[in-house]
Design a protein around this ligand. Sequence first.
Ligand code: HEC
Ligand code: HEC
Ligand code: HEC
Ligand code: HEC
Ligand code: HEC
Length: 436
Amino acid sequence: MKKWFFCLSCILVLLITGCKEDEPAIVPVPQQPTYKLTDFTPSQQCSTCHPQYYEEWSGSMHRYSTSDPIWRLANNSLQAHTNGGLGKACFQCHSPIGWLTDTYKPTFEFSDLDPLVREGINCDICHILRPPFKTTNQQIEYTLQPGNIKYGILTDPVVNPAHENGFEPAYDRSEACRQCHDLILNGVPFEITFTEWQNSPWGAMSVECQTCHMKKYTGQAAVGGPVRNDLHRHTFAGADVAITDFPYRFEQKAEIDSFMKNSASLKLDVPAQANLLDTVTVHVTICNDKTGHNLPTSVFFNRQMWIEVTVWKGSDTAYRSGHLDANGDLMDKNSALRPNEDKDLALFNGTLYKDGHETGILVELDSVYNKSIPPFGSHKATYKFKTASAGYWNVKSRLLFRPFGPHLFRSLNADEYVTELPIFAMEVDEKIIQIQ
Ligand code: HEC
Ligand code: HEC
Ligand code: HEC
Ligand code: HEC
Ligand code: HEC
């Protein structure tokens, strides 16, 4: 059985509630050449000639990666829990500039960080990144070429006074995303979106990350440049949304909503008729037939994708699964109000383990249990119920997704953001059953 996965929520809960560890966890990070802040160009300087890219990037999770309060709170909790042993590990991908220039703080407020560090994954980092795009055990070795050459996929770029152009065909392929989107931790394949993709039919068919996450459009790559029909969007919509004031956050949410509606399929099987005395069985089958990797992927242990089922007639409800308690939590073990009441809940997340016990300390995991659905994999959930009366009963099922559960935010003392958490309806199916 596949055993890899971790429940960041639980991890964080443990962190907050203070599960004590004897040995501080140390996350080794590789030696890198030392860079200065001045080796990197702020994105604002690209905006004059590349306004479209700048606006799209400004509202992206790459821009948000160092402004996300949950990331900061998670870093600070883990740091407290490991007596600072975490070092700058969390900056590696979320703020490569902070990491490379040693301008990070182990435990920080946003105001402690240089504005360039707070740009997160900016234009320059991506466009001076050179092959090979390697990942090794919990270490990222960036090969960077800071300076005047910006690498891209244009074979005939027009000359400009700001920088030289370098042609790099790898930018058109998934490997350009690999370093940050394929995390192995303590030898355990952990947040491995790239590997999931590579081992899937999508990888075999060369349907790259960019095909789905950097859609093509026609426009100008630079002000005054030629009109091209193969430019790439830079909004990088995925699953997660900005939860604080942030440019284009409502546009981001709308884009994710339509993306989510094209991620999976759901089939609801309900018998047309049943007898009042019988137990009725319905099936819901979810298939990950449109997403290029597991569903959910990466921080799957934090994500909540689940099946909701409701059976009702008028104001009578015969059956419910996947509904929320008054705190907005699913009624599984993390519900403070109605723990484990939803016995049939189909939630596709995961759990982290250390020495066979569930752990809240991400950096100490030695195995994970992952319930996410691999590409072209499916899951069939079964629900049984009886109705109180004869008649035509409605059966409705939805596949729902939200980036985090409220209990996670509460465990991080981030209750204020709970109202910012959207729930995306990915799929829905509805049937009627005649009970006689
Ligand atoms: C330098 C590291 C880095 C590189 C290179 C990188 N990413 Fe990311 N990416 C991140 C981080 C970190 C986040 C999470 C930001 C956050 O949510 O706080 C992210 C977020 C995303 C998201 C949004 C995820 C969500 O939950 O909504 C998508 C989609 C994405 N990246 C796709 C890509 C693709 C496609 C590429 C390659 C063209 C790529 N990334 C290259 C680090 C990187
Ligand atoms: C190998 C690169 C990498 C490292 C190292 C890394 N992350 Fe991430 N992180 C990502 C990517 C990529 C995403 C987006 C994945 C997704 O949306 O599914 C992400 C998403 C997240 C999220 C959810 C989005 C958000 O910001 O709210 C949190 C929280 C987070 N990371 C915390 C951490 C913490 C804490 C550490 C240090 C222990 C860390 N990360 C180290 C790559 C990394
Ligand atoms: C003075 C204007 C100007 C500024 C400032 C500028 N660029 Fe460009 N850039 C251009 C032009 C013009 C092109 C070519 C467009 C074309 O041929 O369609 C270009 C092309 C590119 C390409 C494509 C290269 C290739 O070979 O595929 C990248 C990547 C790029 N710029 C990144 C950046 C980044 C990152 C910054 C900020 C650090 C930046 N640019 C600042 C004008 C500028
Ligand atoms: C066939 C289209 C397709 C391909 C190829 C693809 N993705 Fe995705 N990706 C999606 C869809 C649809 C979603 C939204 C559903 C979800 O959350 O997984 C998504 C979501 C994501 C997320 C956020 C997931 C989460 O649950 O937090 C990240 C990060 C991401 N993709 C990165 C990548 C990277 C990196 C690659 C290449 C290795 C890639 N994607 C390839 C379609 C694709
Ligand atoms: C997460 C990494 C990432 C970030 C951040 C990023 N880019 Fe890109 N960019 C890419 C990749 C990858 C491609 C090539 C996509 C392909 O060919 O499929 C690209 C393509 C381009 C191109 C070539 C024309 C095109 O549309 O393909 C230009 C110009 C460009 N980017 C400018 C910028 C500017 C300006 C910024 C900041 C405002 C920026 N990029 C931020 C990864 C990134």
